[in-house]
Design a binder for this molecule. Sequence first.
Ligand SMILES: Nc1ncnc2c1ncn2[C@@H]1O[C@H](COP(=O)(O)OP(=O)(O)OP(=O)(O)O)[C@@H](O)[C@H]1O
Ligand code: SF4
Ligand SMILES: [Mg+2]
Length: 316
Amino acid sequence: MVELLDVSNLSISFTQYVQGLQQRELKVISDLSLDVNEGEVVAILGSSGSGKSLLAHAILGILPENAACSGDISFKGKVLTEEDKKEIRGKSICLIPQSVNYLDPLMKVSQQAIGKTKDEEDYKHKKSHQREVFLKYGLDESVDNMYPFELSGGMARKVLLSTALLSNPELLVADEPTPGLDDKSVEETINDIKKLAEEGKGVLLITHDIEVAIRTANRIAIFYSGYVIEINQAENFKNADTLMHPYSKALIDSLPDNGFKLTEGTQPLNDNKGCIYYKNCLLRKDICKDTKPSLHKIGDSKVRCHLYNGGLDDET
Ligand SMILES: Nc1ncnc2c1ncn2[C@@H]1O[C@H](COP(=O)(O)OP(=O)(O)OP(=O)(O)O)[C@@H](O)[C@H]1O
Ligand code: SF4
Ligand SMILES: [Mg+2]
């Protein structure tokens, strides 16, 4: 297995002003480690506000200016500087952004998808490929000359998706590519992502939709309040018994009632000293209140919970 992306001990925080000039550090991603191999789809599953898009933006080097970021992001064995990220953005690493506002409002959508071209031959080749991909997603020829403001939300999402696929990246970071899409386009998206992996590319798929994650990914990482709390094989997410973390188990158990969708809602900020799931955990122990568990490796999987370390974990 060749490692394509390696995120190591990533933390992201913002400075918040509370009561006049008093400052407070708001940590939104904490000590996050994650890897994606060549030929692999890794899904990140987490509810709203858990830090999924910020992870995507950190990889692409497009975090907001007020974000403080530490840790390393490596691509093909090299730790990326912000300059490197700028250089490979849109080429070796592509983002399907969550927000359709990333489309250039002043450029026709086919031009955006085709990108810059060297000569007429190259343009013709790219144009015909663009038409093919647009058509597959149900975007007829009239869409080519439209500007983003003329598109519906679903059409704009399809344009973002097609644009990223046309760039043929080595690593695709897809931030919620399926919401708002019709069933056929969701199927196309799943197939295209799997096809990229079959071609040896890597995909980091960010989603709320557990069914899409299970069907598309090889491994799934569960995000909770800015922490990865479990990474496990996708097939193990079909049954709570084959998962480890109490939150992952509760999540899977609750899904039939939620139509197999992760429920919306924000998660607690991780400003407590102990386990971030402490307040909701039915299995909590004394150590969990004041001591944060680290991410333990159990076979091919990882879990952040004291139950898997004999209560001996003393990392803070
Ligand atoms: N520029 C910013 N300044 C301050 N806080 C921010 C900023 N951008 C994001 N945050 C906070 O960071 C947290 C994580 O945001 P992020 O957008 O990564 O969540 P998400 O998991 O992608 O959520 P969703 O599922 O809704 O897309 C949120 O609580 C958000 O309010
Ligand atoms: S560390 Fe403790 S509180 Fe946290 S999930 Fe595990 S058992 Fe529950
Ligand atoms: Mg997001």
